[in-house]
Design a protein around this ligand. Structure first.
Ligand SMILES: Nc1ncnc2c1ncn2[C@@H]1O[C@H](COP(=O)(O)OP(=O)(O)OP(=O)(O)O)[C@@H](O)[C@H]1O
Length: 447
């Protein structure tokens, strides 16, 4: 196998482990390694959208992986075949000088120029978090300090957090804004020890006006980093500098997060973001379509929004699939072409080999029950809820019909499955513990 394939396969495997199946299918699986030299890996991406997405979201991570696997710096070059696609409306979005000049700015501040309040659609699941974020941006360090935004994967936490950064800079261009993921904070800290530059590290982090730390659940298990963060936090707090954190669950539920950090986080406000309802999903898609100069009628937008109900990143991925399908086939985006483009979505989930019995097994193990209890008839609460969760996951993650799911749960009626699905979906809207459980189980199931 050629060297570029060997190296790419490793990165591909790493991404496969961490991505939702649909995202993996959309962004990674279609990437082809073309060439590897001593210091450069060339990847071919299917379209300018993919390249744009990669530039925004994946280059950094992929470069770090390349460094890990090869032991030295390897630059990534992203190429797109048939660049004549450039003269379509779609590509114009990415060559628009306004947008590209914005990207330079985004790079300098580590903020993505698209993650602004203007671009954030407010809906039932996020209006509180949005309002809290805006107040933190209007009066940094004064109202909600720290502000912690938490919620499931791909629901707009990073977007809102970075919107605060943009807004603070818009109001005060001299403000020192720092955005990092918790992993970047940890890496900076470790590097500072290795290179004996702790003073510099501390000066850097403790002199900011606004510190944005994304995905703090990854602080778990990193004791020394947590200790350092504790001191950074105290210093900034004392100086009334705004701190904003995001996490996939409420901090007190993050395992192995020190109590003293958790109690500090409680000084401020925790606002959760729950999955968007259908109307919000349609509004998000409509905004995206307008931003990309696409004409899509309401019926088609509703159809796409109806296909994905929990993750906005995947919703955007679905729109890209529809868009790419129409471009490749040189047809307009219509309800029919959208249906054809998204036909494979559930199949992709199924390719990961998930069966109802596997779900029952994993759920039973998670709740320390026997599979026979999950499929049985006993109606005590400690069994009923896991059973409903297993039914919910069977409906969400496999392509099986309702009667088939009912049958595999000890011959239950399909209305029982509908009821279980609705109940668990509803519970997740207001119960963060339920959301964490579902998220844990999905991760376990996708291996
Ligand atoms: N309300 C919204 N309006 C417009 N776009 C949104 C909204 N919510 C999320 N998005 C978009 O969805 C995508 C995923 O959002 P984001 O990365 O902020 O999610 P996240 O909650 O931080 O995810 P993760 O848990 O993976 O860190 C982004 O492209 C973002 O712009």
């Amino acid at each position: 196998m050629a060297n570029e394939n060997v190296l790419w396969d490793k990165i591909d495997a790493e991404f496969k482990k961490t991505f939702e199946p649909v995202s993996y299918e959309t962004w990674i699986s279609q990437v082809k390694p073309i060439k590897l030299t001593a210091d450069k890996l060339t990847l071919q991406l299917p379209s300018p959208f993919h390249r744009n997405y990669w530039e925004r979201n994946l280059v950094k991570e992929a470069t770090a992986l390349l460094r890990d696997y090869s032991g030295h710096e390897i630059e990534l070059e992203l190429v797109v075949p048939n660049e004549q696609i450039d003269d379509t409306d779609i590509a114009k979005t990415f060559t628009d000088p306004d947008l590209t000049s914005g990207l330079v700015y985004a790079h300098d501040t580590h903020l993505n120029d698209k993650y602004t309040f203007d671009n954030f659609v407010i809906g039932a699941g996020n209006y509180l978090a949005q309002a809290a974020a805006l107040s933190a941006a209007e009066e940094p360090g004064q109202v909600y300090n720290p502000l912690n935004l938490y919620g499931g994967v791909g629901l707009g936490k990073t977007h809102l957090m970075q919107a605060i950064g943009h807004e603070v800079l818009r109001r005060n261009p001299d403000a020192k804004v720092k955005y990092v993921t918790s992993e970047e904070f940890a890496n900076d800290f470790i590097n500072s020890i290795q290179t004996r530059r702790q003073e510099e590290f501390r000066r850097e982090y403790r002199s900011v006006d606004l510190l944005l730390v994304d995905d703090i659940q990854f602080f778990a298990d990193k004791e020394a980093t947590q200790q350092e963060f504790f001191h950074t936090f105290n210093k900034l707090y004392e100086n009334k500098k705004q701190i904003v954190l995001t996490s996939d669950r409420i901090p007190s539920d993050i395992p192995k997060l020190e109590d003293r950090l958790v109690s500090r986080f409680k000084w401020g406000l925790s606002a959760d973001i729950t999955p968007p309802d259908l109307e919000t999903r349609i509004a998000i898609l409509r905004n995206k379509a307008i931003a990309e100069g696409l004409e899509i009628d309401n019926q088609t937008l509703s159809y796409i929004a109806g296909q994905i109900d929990t993750n906005i990143r995947e919703l955007e991925g679905a729109l890209v699939r529809v868009q790419a399908y129409a471009t490749i086939n040189k047809i307009d985006i219509t309800l029919e072409s959208a249906i054809a483009a998204l036909k494979g979505l559930k199949d992709i989930a199924n390719q990961h080999g998930l069966s109802i019995s596997k779900i029952q097994e994993v759920v039973a193990q998670y709740f320390r029950l026997q599979v026979s209890e999950i499929t049985g008839r006993k109606r005590t609460k400690n069994i009923v809820v896991p059973r409903q969760i297993a039914m919910y996951l069977s409906r969400e993650l496999t392509d099986n019909s309702l009667p088939k799911i009912g049958k595999e749960f000890g011959g239950k009626d399909h209305t029982t499955v509908i009821h279980a699905h609705e109940k668990i979906a509803k519970d997740q809207e207001h119960d963060s513990e339920m959301r964490s459980k579902i998220s844990d189980l999905k991760k376990l199931l996708r291996g």
